[in-house]
Design a binder for this molecule. Structure first.
Ligand SMILES: Nc1ncnc2c1ncn2[C@@H]1O[C@H](COP(=O)(O)OP(=O)(O)OP(=O)(O)O)[C@@H](O)[C@H]1O
Ligand SMILES: [Mg+2]
Length: 264
C-alpha cells in the first residue's frame, strides 16, 4: 500500500525500489504542476482516454445553455483520478460522455486511440468500461454472485464457470466466498459497494468510472473502498476515474481535475 503524504505518495517499482509520485491538480485545461513533473509525465504517458475540447448541451436546453464547455482532460492507464467541482459544474454529464451514454455536442473523446464517434457505444460500454454508482445499483433480492453473473450474461461473457469467476472477483475486492450466496439486502453498504466494484470488473474493462462511489459510506469504509481502487490502478494498470466531493478521496488520488461552472 502506498505511503501517502498530502500531495505525494510513494510506491514501489517492479524491483521493489521506492519512487515518489507527485499529485497533479488540473483546473479545466490549466496544468498546475512544476515543469520538471510535466516533462517527466510527457515521457511516460500511457493515455487511454483523451477528452478534446468537449462541450455538451442537453437537447431540451436553450441554444447557448451548455452543461459542459470546452473541457480537455487526458487519462492514463495505471492512475487514479478525481473529478471534482461544485454542484452543477457538469461532473455527471462528463461521466455520461466518458461512459458513452451520450455523445459530445462539440469536440470529441478518444479511447485507446479511437474516437468514440466511430464506435458502437453499446459495445464500448459492455467491454471497455466498468461503472460504479453511489447507490450501488444492485438487485437486492438476488445474491451477491448472482448480481455479478447477471452482468457477465448481459455483456455476453462466455465462461464455463461463471460462479467461480464471480467468487474470484469478490475475493479481489475483499469479500470472502461465504458472501457469494448472501442476498444483497443482507449486506452492509460497504459490502454492497464491494460487490458493485466486483461486478464492474466482470468483463475486465480497461477503465473504471465511479460517480460518488463513497458518498453513502463512513470515512473508514471509504478508505477501504479507495484502497481497492488504488490497487486496480497501480497494480492492475486500470484507469480509475472518480467523481467526488470527498477530501479523503482527493488526498488519495494521483491527479485531480477541477471542473468550473460554465459561464452563462
Ligand atoms: N437531463 C438534463 N436535461 C437538461 N439539463 C440537465 C440535465 N441533467 C443535467 N442538466 C444540467 O446540466 C448542468 C450540469 O449538471 P450535472 O448533473 O452534470 O452536474 P454535477 O456536477 O454532476 O452536479 P452534482 O454535484 O449536483 O451531482 C446543470 O446545470 C444541470 O441543470
Ligand atoms: Mg452529479
Amino acid at each position: 500500500m502506498a505511503d501517502k503524504e498530502k500531495n505525494n505518495y510513494v510506491s514501489k517499482d517492479k524491483l521493489g525500489k521506492n519512487f515518489t509520485h507527485k499529485k497533479q491538480i488540473v483546473k479545466n485545461n490549466e496544468v498546475k504542476d512544476n515543469k520538471e513533473m510535466k516533462e517527466k509525465n510527457t515521457s511516460s504517458k500511457d493515455i487511454i482516454l483523451s477528452i478534446k475540447n468537449a462541450s455538451y448541451r442537453y437537447s431540451d436546453a436553450e441554444e447557448n445553455d451548455y452543461a459542459l464547455r470546452n473541457v480537455s482532460f487526458d487519462f492514463e492507464s495505471g492512475k487514479i483520478y478525481a473529478i471534482r467541482g461544485r454542484s452543477g459544474t457538469g461532473k455527471t454529464t462528463l461521466l455520461s460522455l466518458i461512459s458513452g451514454l451520450e455523445r459530445c455536442t462539440e469536440g470529441e473523446i478518444i479511447f485507446d486511440g479511437k474516437s468514440l464517434k466511430d464506435r458502437n457505444l453499446d459495445k464500448y460500454r459492455n467491454s471497455d468500461i466498468g461503472i460504479v454508482f453511489q447507490s450501488y445499483n444492485l438487485l437486492p433480492f438476488m445474491t451477491a454472485s448472482e448480481n455479478i453473473i447477471l452482468s457477465m450474461d448481459a455483456n455476453g461473457l462466455k465462461l464455463k464457470n461463471k460462479k467461480e469467476k464471480a467468487i474470484e472477483l469478490m475475493e479481489k475486492v475483499g469479500l470472502k466466498e461465504t458472501y457469494a450466496d448472501r442476498k444483497v439486502l443482507r449486506l452492509s453498504g460497504g459490502e454492497q459497494q464491494r460487490v458493485a466494484i466486483a461486478r464492474s470488473l466482470s468483463y475486465n474493462p480497461k477503465m473504471i468510472i465511479a460517480d460518488e462511489p463513497t458518498g453513502n459510506l463512513d470515512k473508514q469504509t471509504e478508505t477501504e473502498i479507495l484502497e481497492i481502487f488504488e490497487k486496480l490502478a497501480h497494480e492492475e494498470k486500470k484507469c480509475v476515474i472518480i467523481v467526488t466531493h470527498s477530501q479523503n478521496v482527493c488526498d488519495a488520488v494521483d491527479v485531480i481535475y477541477d471542473l468550473k461552472k460554465v459561464a452563462k
